[in-house]
Design a protein around this ligand. Structure first.
Ligand code: SAM
Length: 283
């Protein structure tokens, strides 16, 4: 059963429940059915699929997803919207609504599902980046994500060495995912219209990533520090981030084949991978 609501129906429902869209929860509801259909055309869903929907709202995507998939776990933080969603989807056995903050879901939840999940969501923009990093952390449990996110976040994800947007996000998503921007979604597709431009992004987890991260803790304690202080040379970044002297920093950079005067956003990914390996051996 399609639980999509037109703008009129959505406003009527909000009036009946005496609620308003909450900016603090990033509530921008999808109100253009054609665009909703176009969004879902970017992902194949079969009756075997288990889906996690992040920020289900009033169900613009949820009902249709549940028609196609084996089961949809619909996460929603707003208690009022959970009530509405429950009403909207009552009688649908392929939806499991979970009231709560997706960022607080622990790994055990993903583990119990027992098969690779598909992730879908019109993400609340204020927490789009933390949600994406959480998904990255949980990457062993899913294979495809289709998400609506702010364009500036998407541009950071797809940025390559030399781009002005290339930083830690571009590096780590290049290492672990294949990510593409599907298309820009016009603001009038949402109610209320968001102040930012949003895009649809598809993220896949390849069987073999560019770099196997064996020691997660070590990786996360090194890699982000290489991208702080964008304007500084990698030599100075190394000295400051790892509290090492100039000679040691130069020696590590030489072993990784990196010119000390480069900025981190100018360094090609294979060299950054080597640099992380060298740093983890020496500090
Ligand atoms: N999926 C609906 C749609 O497309 O119309 C709503 C999308 S709206 C951009 C984001 C939704 O995420 C809102 O319903 C909001 O209440 C919910 N939300 C905000 N923060 C959340 C969080 N941390 N965990 C789960 N849901 C959250």
């Amino acid at each position: 059963m399609d639980t999509f609501l037109t703008l009129n129906n959505l406003q009527l429902l909000f009036k009946q429940h005496r609620i308003q869209p909450k900016k603090t929860l990033g509530q921008n509801f999808l109100i253009d059915r054609n665009i909703r259909n176009k969004i879902l055309s970017f992902i194949e869903i079969t009756t075997d699929d288990i889906i996690i929907e992040i920020g289900a709202g009033t169900g613009a995507l949820t009902g249709l997803l549940s028609e196609k998939a084996a089961l949809v776990y619909a996460f929603e933080k707003d208690e009022k919207l959970v009530e509405i969603l429950q009403e909207q989807t009552s009688g649908l056995s392929t939806i499991n609504i979970i009231k709560g903050d997706f960022l607080e879901i622990d790994e055990g939840f993903f583990r119990t599902i027992g098969k690779k999940i598909k992730i879908i969501g019109n993400l609340p923009y204020y927490v789009a980046s933390p949600i994406l990093f959480k998904l990255l952390d949980m990457r062993y449990y899913w294979n495809t994500a289709l998400v609506m996110i702010p364009e500036d976040v998407a541009l950071k994800i797809v940025a390559k060495t030399g781009d002005k947007n290339f930083g830690f996000m571009g590096f780590v998503f290049s290492l672990l995912t294949q990510s593409t921007i599907c298309y820009k979604i016009k603001g009038s597709a949402f109610y209320p219209e968001p102040e930012i431009t949003s895009v649809l992004m598809k993220i896949s987890i390849p069987d073999k990533p560019l770099m196997e991260i064996k020691n997660q803790q070590l990786f996360w304690s090194i890699a982000p520090k290489l991208f702080v202080q964008r304007r500084k040379t990698i030599l100075n970044v190394m000295k400051n981030s790892f509290h090492i002297n100039r000679e040691t920093a130069i020696e590590i950079l030489q072993k990784a084949g990196i010119q000390p005067q480069l900025r981190s956003h100018q360094i090609e990914i294979p060299y950054l991978i080597e640099l992380i390996k060298q740093i983890s051996k020496q500090i």
